[in-house]
Design a protein around this ligand. Structure first.
Ligand SMILES: [Zn+2]
Length: 237
């Protein structure tokens, strides 16, 4: 295994908790000024090492048997480890891969994804369920092939306070709670949409069926609605 200690700056100091401290090698690559106060730390463990910088907060770690991360590769490069040594370390690590390591990595990714949470939000005032009686609103939504069981809303506004442009309201749901919405205006003026959306929200996850084996990703909400896909909404159209 690559002897990382051989690449640390010569001036280093052990701490009681098992870290070696030295001038960090990362800061000047991250828009901070070069460390001169020994704020970099490395702790070697049986299976790898961890690096932490108390100056620019850069962290990286390596465990034999896991893929060498981008952050660890960068750090090794800054330490002056030649590219071919870095590649060899990665290959050696892959040879030590185990089913447990792979499953643990997967579990970590899963934990991050399942930790996603959205707060409950209100629909705009006076939003009501879209009905055939709503005439042109109803026609528009049917024309976009939105399933009839989707709870499309409409906000008929004539109080002079709220938007006066005709629009339908598409509720954003997550785990069957309302977490936002978008108003789709039916005149041909800009903007076409005004939304209340939370970072990371993907429209349509609630519309997927457990026995479906593929997910179709679209850009627009109405496309997603018409084919039972999800919409990433980078470009609301
Ligand atoms: Zn740093």
């Amino acid at each position: 295994m690559l002897d990382i200690l051989a690449y640390l700056p010569a001036k280093r100091k052990p701490t009681p908790s098992g870290w070696l401290s030295f001038n960090a090698v990362c800061c000047q690559h991250n828009g901070s000024t070069r460390d001169t106060r020994g704020r970099g730390g490395l702790k070697a463990t049986e299976a790898g090492w961890s690096y932490h910088c108390f100056n620019c907060s850069y962290t990286a770690s390596f465990i034999m048997g896991r893929t060498l991360s981008v952050k660890a590769r960068r750090l090794l490069g800054w330490m002056g480890v030649p590219d071919n040594e870095i590649e060899m370390l990665n290959l050696e690590s892959l040879r030590h891969r185990s089913i447990h390591g792979i499953l643990e990595d997967r579990q970590q990714a899963w934990n991050q994804l399942s930790g996603i949470a959205f707060e409950e939000r209100d629909l705009p005032p006076h939003a009501e369920l879209l009905m055939p009686e709503h005439g042109s609103y109803w026609e528009y939504v049917r024309g976009r092939h939105v399933p009839e069981d989707f709870p499309m809303m409409v906000q008929i506004v004539n109080d002079g306070v709220h938007w006066t442009r005709p629009h339908v309201v598409v509720p954003f749901t997550y785990e069957n709670k309302i977490v936002g919405y978008t108003c789709r205006f039916l005149d041909n003026r800009q903007p076409k949409f005004i939304s209340d959306s939370q970072p990371g929200y993907v429209f349509g996850t609630d519309l997927q069926h457990a026995n479906w084996t593929n997910v179709i990703v679209t850009e627009g909400i109405f496309d997603a609605l018409s084919i039972g896909g999800v919409a990433v909404m980078h470009n609301l159209d």
